[in-house]
Ligand binder design. Structure first.
Ligand code: 4NP
Length: 167
């Protein structure tokens, strides 16, 4: 088996959006047999080692996704060496990730940095370039929306991965 393409999903807390994105993206990669390894992290360190938010777990479970084994962690400079693609859930995350990448370039040198940074919605035909809104302080519809957007955007990414891996 060839080395997998490595993707890191990133939001603010790593307890709502990015763990959902991680599991949904993994699901569609497995379903389409693409060789991709998926992880997630937060730009903040608000919830180190915490399981995903109970509401995220509950709404994901209704669609058949199990988030219970995931644990939050903060993104680190070494992630820019390890991951091929870093997916930001919203535009603030995108800006924060880019600032961290500049630090990683300074610390390790540009030749060691392999990550491309993009929005989760970069190729999504329905939510193109839209943020996945933070559901933390809102109600049920916010969590359903996270799942809708993650499913839609993940399928768009998997089509890209499949095309790239068949070349
Ligand atoms: P997430 O949501 O970035 O999708 O994981 C949040 C979780 C926690 C907080 C903010 C957003 N917080 O402020 O603790």
């Amino acid at each position: 088996m060839k080395t997998p393409y490595k993707v890191l999903c990133v939001c603010l807390g790593n307890i709502c959006r990015s763990p959902t994105a991680e599991v949904v993206l993994r699901h569609y990669c497995d379903a389409q047999n693409v060789n991709v390894w998926v992880d997630s992290a937060g730009t903040s360190n608000y919830h180190p080692n915490k399981a995903p938010d109970a509401r995220s777990q509950q709404y994901a479970e209704k669609r058949g996704y199990n988030l219970s084994d995931l644990r939050a962690r903060q993104i680190k400079l070494e992630d820019f060496i390890e991951f091929d693609l870093i997916l930001a859930m919203d535009h603030d995350n995108f800006t924060d990730i880019q600032a961290l990448m500049r630090k990683a370039v300074k610390r390790y040198g540009a030749s060691y940095i392999r990550s491309k940074v993009a929005l989760m919605s970069e190729h999504d035909p329905y939510y193109k370039h839209q943020a996945i809104p933070d559901p933390y302080y809102g109600g049920a519809d916010g969590f359903e929306r996270v799942l809708n957007q993650c499913e839609s955007s993940a399928q768009a990414w998997v089509a890209i991965f499949k095309r790239d891996q068949s070349e």
